[in-house]
Design a protein around this ligand. Structure first.
Ligand code: B4P
Length: 191
């Protein structure tokens, strides 16, 4: 079973590449961003709470996100593994994920970290802000706040998996296909 984490700052292409990896490797998908946006679209209490944080470019509290993902791990029993997209984003989330997998006699296979210059991240997110109705892509100040959250809280997750020898960086500023090829090379080396 493959348990992959796709890691990187906002706009680095985690969502874009996850879709392609899922299609090639037959994995289940767990995107905390998508789950939170679905809660917002259905105007649930969790969604209304999360929207306040997301609209400011701030991470949603750990306990909310962790509770949301634990039940999802048991969905998709036929999948050949899972890709975690945008999760874990803090050290507490990484520790929780390791625990949830250990209870199922599983562990993370590999963390793939997309490396993209900050100017390109901002360009991509502003561009998406024009065509999507994502409120967190609409304002450059919010995009800067998200990138700052990444440096303040998420970068530590890289240290956690580096210590476990499971962290690889992949150049993410080429085309979608070029980046996908680089990711597949890393995944295929696991076999
Ligand atoms: P997410 O939904 O995870 O989104 P993201 O990090 O902003 O973007 P991603 O890296 O997936 O970029 P994408 O492929 O879409 O998070 C949104 C918010 O939710 C967070 O700010 C936070 O508030 C909250 N949240 C989510 N998970 C959380 C957690 N675990 N804990 C707490 N809070 C959490 O690509 C972006 C754009 O670039 C797209 O338009 C795409 O088409 C384009 N693009 C992609 N690859 C490209 C390429 N190679 N060349 C050119 N353009 C490219």
């Amino acid at each position: 079973m493959l348990y992959l984490i796709l890691f990187g700052p906002p706009g680095s292409g985690k969502g874009t590449q996850s879709e392609k990896i899922i299609a090639r490797y037959g994995l289940g998908h767990l995107s905390t961003g998508d789950l939170l946006r679905s809660e917002i679209a259905h105007s649930t209490p969790l969604g209304r709470m999360a929207k306040n944080f997301m609209d400011q470019g701030i991470l949603v509290p750990d306990d909310v996100v962790i509770a949301m993902i634990s039940s999802r791990l048991d969905e998709n029993p036929m999948a050949r593994g899972f890709i975690f997209d945008g999760f874990p984003r803090t050290s507490a989330q990484a520790a929780a994920l390791d625990g949830l997998l250990a209870r199922r006699q599983r562990e993370i296979s590999l963390v793939l970290s997309l490396v993209v210059p900050e100017t390109e991240l901002i360009r991509r997110l502003l561009l998406r802000g024009v065509t999507s109705n994502r409120s967190d892509d609409a304002h450059e100040a919010v995009i800067h706040a998200r990138i700052q959250e990444y440096h303040d809280k998420t970068a530590a997750v890289a240290d956690h998996y580096t210590q476990l020898g499971k962290f690889r960086t992949v150049k993410g500023d080429g085309t979608v296909e070029e980046t996908f090829d680089l990711l597949c090379t890393e995944i295929d080396e696991l076999d």
